[in-house]
Structures are given as C-alpha cells and as structure tokens.
Design a binder for this molecule. Structure first.
Ligand code: ZN
Length: 150
C-alpha cells in the first residue's frame, strides 16, 4: 500500500505543478467561483455546455496542491460527459472521500479519483479535494453564489 500511496502523491504533485485545462475561458456558458476559507483555495471554473454535455471545461485560481490537483483531474474526467454522469461521479467520489462507503468499496472504480484515497483520512483536506467539484455543480446549476466547502 505504501508504494501505491507514493504513486498517488506523485500524481497529485504532478497535476498541481502542471494542471490540465488551466486557463480562463472568455466565451464560457457557465462560470462559478469556489472558495475554501479553511485553506485559502480559490478557483474559478469555466464551462461550455451544449445539449446537456460538457464540451469544454477549464479553471484558474490558486490553492494548495490537493485542491489544484483535484480541479485538474476533475476537468480531465468530466470533459465530454453529460451533466447526469458528472453528478453521479461526484456523488460517488463524495461518499468515498467522506468515508460513507462500505468496506468492500473498491477505490479503483473511481478511476483517476482513486489518487485521493489517502485524503479521506484528513477531514480538513477533504474540503480541498472537493472544492472544485462543489464549484462545478454550482456552475452547472447557474448558482451565482460563491461555492464554499461548508
Ligand atoms: Zn487546500
């Protein structure tokens, strides 16, 4: 397990240093701002949604390695997916990271999100790892309030 942990940490650090889809989208159809006051993570999420499908997604802002890696991985996962699929993935991820899944749950079923396995042991870090997702859901719902992790 410790080898896997190291690998996960490397993936997180790599995404935080070289985030995917990291730019401001001038012609986004949906935009939302997310802020995690506990850590200072602060991101904007930009989306282009057509016929219920996320065609483009990007983000920009600043935050800790976990929040940035989470946003980066999230953008690579949800691009091309329908809003229903995205909500389903987030619900699964959220249950997993907040420890609400049973012991037989296989983190590998979460695909790339499995790298956040270790984060579930640190409640403060859970907020960092879910900020981008809360912000994405707000953007999809056209909720103009700043997403927080509370
Ligand atoms: Zn953070």
């Amino acid at each position: 397990m410790s080898d896997l942990r190291e690998l996960y940490q490397e993936v997180i650090l790599d995404h935080s240093k070289h985030p995917k889809n990291y730019y401001k989208m001038p012609d986004a159809t949906h935009v939302a701002e997310g802020y995690n006051p506990l850590c200072g993570d602060h991101f904007n999420i930009y989306l282009k949604v057509e016929d219920g499908i996320i065609k483009e997604i990007s983000f920009e802002g600043s935050g800790c390695a976990i929040s940035k890696a989470s946003a980066s991985i999230m953008t690579s996962i949800v691009k091309g997916k329908s809003i229903e699929e995205v909500e389903h993935i987030f619900n699964q991820f959220h249950s997993f990271i907040t420890g609400k899944v049973d012991k037989n749950f296989d983190p590998n079923s979460l695909g790339k999100l499995a790298v956040f396995t270790g984060v579930s042991e640190f409640p403060v870090r859970v907020k960092c790892a879910t900020l981008a997702w809360h912000t994405l859901i707000n953007a999809l719902e056209n909720n103009s309030e700043v997403a927080t992790t509370e």
